[in-house]
Design a binder for this molecule. Structure first.
Ligand code: SAM
Ligand code: SF4
Length: 324
């Protein structure tokens, strides 16, 4: 088992398979991109599956593919097939642009849950947020997921003056569909990303939601990174993710693996366990298992604690290098 110094058992791996992306969301990546990893600096599928086999034995039972945009990594369904043999629950977070053409193959390969990132329902705003003209593709992906009645969550990064007047439009998606819409605090990660200027805190979002839906009720069963609510009579749910306020750290059961093979205990970690060189030097399975156990044991109580102990200046160049 993977138990940290605060007694939490880690069961959930967020696996970033690439740092590349076909969009350039303003809160995530600069127009020119970042210093993307060359192919040889990425974990290959054999290395990922070997590591995941070790992690499955250590009690990880849920994996989410993320990135960058996971669907820009070549032959992703091959990786999904291998992971599905290890994990009963296999999810992916995607911007959806390439999803429809791969959806059947991914589902057949074993992907069970989909999170779609879509920050606006208005075509004219999509370009302003993502710097790419792909609204129709992403919206089509959402329609296809709903039509197939797959378990779907929609991630919405809420930004003052950009999309914060659309909260109710998103909530209305939960009226007839069993979808979960999750409003995310925009995380500032360096001084240039502009996220401070558009930031809206969890409490502010909740107040706005309650002013439109006074009978919004918190759902009895709470788990994961969102606090969830329901409008009575609506089929779906509404979540708020305090990504920056970090009020849910106490129940965190997450571990992260970056595309370059660094294991991280926290979204706010800057000093992780670099596994790629060890794997390429042929580290034995027992030694690898011990190293991972020891690293995980040092997980700090909260993201604030991690920041205090590990931060040097800005957090990281982009969310794409860590997987969100
Ligand atoms: N490309 C995929 C996508 O956009 O769904 C997966 C990777 S993306 C880094 C994962 C999630 O992180 C997305 O829902 C995205 O909106 C969110 N994200 C990226 N940058 C963020 C930031 N600065 N603050 C909050 N959420 C952010
Ligand atoms: Fe790409 Fe996702 Fe970042 Fe947008 S949030 S730039 S889609 S990795």
């Amino acid at each position: 088992m993977l138990i940290d110094q605060h007694g939490r058992q880690l069961r959930y791996l967020r696996l970033a398979v690439t740092d590349r992306c076909n969009l350039r969301c303003r809160y995530c990546m600069p127009e020119e991109g970042i210093a993307f990893a060359p192919r040889e600096a990425l974990l290959n599928y054999g290395e990922i599956l070997y590591l995941c086999d070790v992690l499955a034995e250590l009690g990880i039972n849920k994996v989410r593919l993320t990135g960058g945009e996971p669907l820009v990594r070549r032959d992703l369904p091959l990786l999904v097939r291998g992971l599905a043999e290890l994990f009963p629950r296999l999810a992916m977070t995607t911007n959806g642009v390439l999803l429809p053409r791969h959806l059947d193959e991914l589902t057949a390969a074993g992907l069970t849950h989909y999170n779609l990132s879509l920050d606006t329902l208005r075509p004219d705003r999509f370009f302003a947020i993502t710097r790419r003209d792909e609204f129709a593709a992403t919206r089509y992906a959402l329609d296809e997921l709903l039509r197939r009645q797959y378990p779907v969550k929609i991630n919405v990064v809420v930004m003052r003056g950009k999309n914060d007047d659309e909260l109710a439009d998103f909530v209305e998606l939960t009226r007839a569909s069993a979808v979960e819409v999750r409003f995310i605090e925009a995380m500032p990660f360096n001084d240039d990303d502009g996220n401070h200027d558009v930031f809206i805190a969890y409490a502010d979002m909740l107040e706005r939601l309650r002013s439109t839906y006074p009978n919004l009720e918190q759902t009895p069963h709470q788990e994961g990174s969102a606090v969830t609510f329901r409008v009575p009579g609506y089929r779906g749910r509404v979540g708020i993710i305090p990504a920056y306020s970090r009020s849910l750290c106490g129940s965190c059961d997450r571990l992260r693996l970056t595309p370059r093979g660094t294991m991280l205990n926290c979204l706010y970690s800057t000093q992780g366990l670099e596994l790629l060189p060890l794997l390429r030097q042929g580290i034995g399975r027992d030694e690898l298992t011990d190293l991972i156990r020891t690293y995980v044991h040092g997980k700090y109580a909260t993201g604030h604690e991690t920041e205090r102990h590990e931060q040097r200046g800005s957090i990281f160049a982009s969310m794409t290098s860590i997987g969100g």
